[in-house]
Design a protein around this ligand. Structure first.
Ligand SMILES: [Mg+2]
Length: 229
């Protein structure tokens, strides 16, 4: 056992899988019907794409670690489990064959690392190994993070939709930290990550503007390696 490879579990939704891409593939009538329980839409998991870099990252991990995919599957969606199996086979078939584990009790799996975007859910908080909290919360451990966005005046639901989005996807990390403003330069701060560095006051921001999508910062990987090193 001394030279065994360390066991790594990798979560699916919002770690390997771009959950939003499944929602985007649904018709509006479906997303309205399943509002608040979107993960129950039949076959929604079959439409999801990998997050950028996720497949390559999983493959790279497999070279050093004994890797498994550890995900929950909503009981109330009868196609979720089979769609998740099909997803793994399609995108990771050669390296993840029969390595998908579906469980709502991640703490019952033995292992060294668990990479998960919800480190407090489904037993992740009681996992015996080290939990690597994937996603924006990495920033929040090191930085005092806020979400600074504009909201189109002419769209009456934009502001509340944005609040709902933040609550849904970043709730723990971003609770009450959304700031809606067309004058970003009036906010004090050290860094502003923005894809439009010349709009809405970003060009007059007092700190450093990280131009998301630019040659230097084409994606989140590049931003993470810049800010978390
Ligand atoms: Mg997840």
């Amino acid at each position: 056992m001394a030279d065994r490879k360390k066991i790594v579990y990798v979560d699916m939704d919002n770690v390997l899988v771009d959950f939003q891409s499944g929602i985007d593939a649904m018709q509006d009538v479906i997303t309205s019907e399943y509002d608040g329980r979107i993960d129950e839409v039949p076959h929604i998991f079959a439409h999801m794409k990998p997050l950028p870099g996720a497949v390559e990252a999983y493959r790279a991990l497999c070279e050093k670690y004994d890797c498994y995919i550890l995900s929950t599957s909503p009981w109330s969606n009868p196609t979720a489990a089979s769609d998740k199996f099909a997803w793994v086979k399609k995108y990771l078939g050669d390296v993840a064959h029969k390595r998908l584990i579906l469980s709502h009790h991640k703490n019952l799996n033995r292992g060294d690392y668990l990479i998960d975007d919800r480190p407090n859910k489904c037993g992740a908080d009681e996992f015996e190994g080290e939990v690597i909290a994937f996603g924006s919360e990495q920033f929040c451990e090191k930085y005092d993070c806020y979400i600074l966005s504009t909201s189109p005046w002419s769209n009456p639901t934009a502001a509340s939709d944005k609040f709902d989005w933040v609550k849904k996807y970043l709730g723990d990390a971003a609770h009450k930290r959304l700031i809606l403003s067309h004058h970003k330069n009036l906010n004090r701060g050290d860094y502003l990550i923005d894809d439009r560095p010349n709009k809405c006051g970003a060009d007059k921001f007092e700190g450093e503007v990280i131009a998301f999508g630019s040659e230097q910062f084409p994606n989140w990987d590049s931003v993470l390696s810049y800010l978390l090193k």
